[in-house]
Design a binder for this molecule. Sequence first.
Ligand SMILES: [Fe+2]
Length: 151
Amino acid sequence: MAFTLPDLPFDRQALEPHMSGETLDYHHGKHHKAYVDKVNAAVAEKALGGASLSQVIRAAAEQGDTGLFDNAGQFWNHNFFWQCLAPPAGQRPTGKLAELIDAAFGSTDRMLAKLKEGSGRPFRQRLGLAGPRRRRAEDRLAPRRRHPGRA
Ligand SMILES: [Fe+2]
């Protein structure tokens, strides 16, 4: 069965003014859809039908198929990304995430303040984490951030 483009988990304008409906149309309707279509074409070509997306990513890595690896990785990344966003509704971390945030920053509010403090600096520095580190093997294998249609 072919992969399908998942629906956004919220209305396309639900994140405005931070992220416009037009931006979501672009990243979901164009980028994400292009990754789905490219993965489906490659899966059909390589007889990987029935494989999960994770299995396709692993197979592409094992076969050194960087095109499929990048497209399947970006398909996965976009699936994950939409699940990380939600309209403002006062959400607070709970469970293990809340425990880890409290342990590292003292509270969610302190973590948010720290993020705002350093918003112009690299992400690791914003969180007060150590400087650049050696990339792990799985990071080095991660797909490059690339969008279809861009040079
Ligand atoms: Fe995108």
